[in-house]
Design a protein around this ligand. Structure first.
Ligand code: URA
Length: 238
């Protein structure tokens, strides 16, 4: 990345407005590589400079990538006038960055959700061309059997007109639950496919998306930044 104005870099973190950065600089509270910044318009290479405010290091990465363990009851949307969205789980400075969920989970679906402000990466992961596999744990009302595995593997044509790509189904030991692998993400797709098999979904959770696996250390509603390894793996999907 090239050089960027300091006020733009610091404001992009979401912690301060440009006007607030100006004031911080005037008060001598911003250091670049240990030296007080003189003017907010001075330029720095965000990959090379070490910026601190009041002695605290500031991460000026151009984009943010978060793994969220979505709980049931929240919308996978950036805003809604009446209902809470997954962004309500994040602190203010991250909410101000314009993060969006990469692909939607239904309000009552739990599990892995990637949030980012990197539009091109988000769109690449969602593009039907890229066929990023998503794995869901589904518990159904009924008992899953071989004929369900075969129907999903063939690619189901639903009575409401939805034509699905071939999908995977691995039946788990209890027979009431399974792992469904989708290569696409149509509205309510897992629920619609299994309902069409006469086995409505009672509980649904996304476990993975491409190379990203839901971190078992994240409780419902918790999130963390992606690791460098996760980022590298995601970029390979493009
Ligand atoms: N399929 C569904 O039916 N719901 C989801 O939330 C995701 C996939």
């Amino acid at each position: 990345m090239g050089q960027e104005r300091l006020d733009k870099l610091l404001a992009s973190t979401g912690y301060w407005s440009r006007r607030e950065v100006k004031e911080l600089v005037r008060q001598g509270r911003v250091l670049a590589d240990g030296t007080p910044v003189r003017r907010p318009e001075d330029k720095y290479d965000p990959d090379a400079v070490r910026l601190t405010v009041d002695g605290q290091e500031v991460d000026c990465a151009p984009f943010v990538y978060l793994m969220l363990h979505k709980p049931s009851g929240l919308l996978s949307a950036t805003e809604d006038r009446r209902q809470r969205t997954v962004l309500d789980l994040l602190p203010e400075h991250l909410r101000r960055r314009g993060l969006f969920p990469v692909g939607r989970l239904d309000k009552d679906t739990e599990g892995l959700l990637l949030l980012t402000d990197d539009g091109p990466l988000g769109h690449a992961l969602l593009s039907p061309k890229n066929h990023v596999d998503k794995v869901y744990f589904a518990r159904v009302d009924g008992v899953l059997d071989r004929s369900d595995v075969e129907a999903l593997a063939e690619g189901m044509a639903l009575s409401d007109g939805l034509r699905c790509l071939p999908a995977g189904l691995e039946i788990l030991e209890d027979g009431h639950s399974g792992l469904v692998t989708l290569r696409e993400g149509k509205y309510h797709q897992v629920k619609r496919m299994l309902a069409a098999r006469g086995k409505p979904v009672l509980y649904l959770k996304r476990l993975s998306m491409g190379p990203l696996r839901l971190d078992p250390a994240l409780a419902l509603g918790e999130w963390r930044p992606l690791t460098r390894e996760e980022m590298d793996a995601l970029r390979m999907e493009r």
